[in-house]
Ligand binder design. Structure first.
Ligand SMILES: *Cc1c(COP(=O)(O)O)cnc(C)c1O
Length: 356
């Protein structure tokens, strides 16, 4: 027996919720200790945590996070986009920072508890909004020496978020960050550790003030290859002889975006060429790409019309783009149709299949 679906709350102005924290009904919380492993978990309501001041999460940045979304589909039911991929990625981050593995069944159960407790906070079908889900893992036990905590906490909370493209998809300008490296060749940049993000605030804020909403990082060793944008992966499209190539870097220093690996599959289904390879910045200088975009969970695709580096500005495609290009438009529509349940989910990406 499937429960009746809970409709979206009528107390929220769904067209104007934006992207900001707001209290919901509750969130899932689990605790790990070396003696007992993960506990049964509980549903909590107080957003303030009581954490020891000597917790490794606070002192040493022993922390990682994830971000994914739940959507209300045409049938009214709610499904989460590829949470198994986020579970895998969280465990790569956990391993990097000496934290215990969160088994996939606990990761999924945490999401289930949180979504089921907050069904009315999942925006209406067709609104373009979603329930943004934020899993967190951190050392919560006290440890003053440089070693892992005696206790870890895994939390899954949710935030209803609005349509990223309320006023339509608009191409943006990107700025190459020249005075800061987010990711070292053998470093942590390929994992979603909290500590990777605070140092990026300063260069991205400075870029925003100069009119660049997104920022591009080059490989820190040679500064000749494209790594990724600060919170999204780099994808370039090349049209040649009636065929489209989907080109994207896949280096160790890049965070493996679930959006990117999913777009690769869609592009492959469309019969496009997939090139997962190093991208020389010279390719951008020489105008090799017809379209460029940043891809990530928040916006899926953000088309990039210009990339600035130092005092030079490189235009993508022929002439300044005023709207999303044809290639990315096709990918974006297909992607959103799967998330909204407008087309059959032949890949089994939406979880659970029967919906909440
Ligand atoms: C989270 C993140 C992305 C996007 O990953 P998605 O799984 O597609 O949301 C890309 N780059 C960095 C650095 C990130 O932290």
């Amino acid at each position: 027996m499937v429960n009746p679906t809970v409709p979206p709350s009528d107390k929220i102005d769904w067209d104007n919720i934006g992207f900001q924290y707001r209290d919901i009904n509750g969130y899932a919380k689990y605790t790990w200790t070396p003696e007992d492993g993960w506990d049964q978990g509980s549903l909590e309501t107080n957003p303030y945590l009581s954490v020891h001041m000597c917790a490794t999460g606070i002192n040493y940045g022993q922390e990682c996070f994830e971000g994914l979304k739940a959507f209300r589909a045409k049938d009214g039911r709610i499904r989460v986009f590829r949470p198994q991929e986020n579970a895998k990625r969280m465990n790569r981050s956990a391993d990097m920072a000496s934290m215990p593995e969160v088994p996939e069944h606990i990761f999924l159960e945490g999401i289930k508890k949180t979504v089921e407790a907050n069904l009315e906070f999942v925006p209406p079908y067709g609104s373009g909004g979603s329930l943004y889900i934020r899993p967190l893992l951190f050392g919560s036990g006290p440890m003053i020496g440089l070693s892992p905590a005696p206790e870890f906490t895994f939390i899954v909370f949710g935030v209803p978020v609005g349509n990223y493209y309320k006023d339509g998809v608009k191409p943006v300008d990107a700025l190459v960050i020249e005075d800061f490296d987010r990711s070292a060749p053998m470093g942590t940049g390929g994992t979603k550790l909290g500590g990777n993000y605070a140092p990026v605030f300063k260069p991205t804020d400075a870029a925003k003030r100069k009119g660049y909403p997104i920022t591009l990082h080059l490989d820190s060793k040679t500064r000749t290859y494209v790594d990724e944008f600060s919170t999204s992966n780099f994808v370039g499209l090349i049209n040649k002889d009636g065929k489209t190539s989907f080109v994207t870097p896949n280096a160790q220093t890049i965070l493996r975006s679930v959006t990117r690996i999913s777009l690769v599959e869609i592009a492959r289904d469309l019969g496009w060429e997939i090139e997962e390879r190093d991208i020389a910045f010279a390719d951008i200088e020489q105008g090799k790409f017809d379209e460029v975009a940043a891809c990530g969970t928040a916006a899926v695709i953000t088309p990039v019309k210009k990339i600035a580096r130092g005092d030079k500005v490189y235009t993508i495609g022929s002439g300044e783009q005023t709207e999303i290009g044809q290639g990315f438009d096709t990918l974006y529509r297909t992607y959103r149709a799967i998330q909204n349940g407008d087309v059959e989910d032949t890949k089994g990406w939406m979880w659970p299949a029967q919906g909440f």
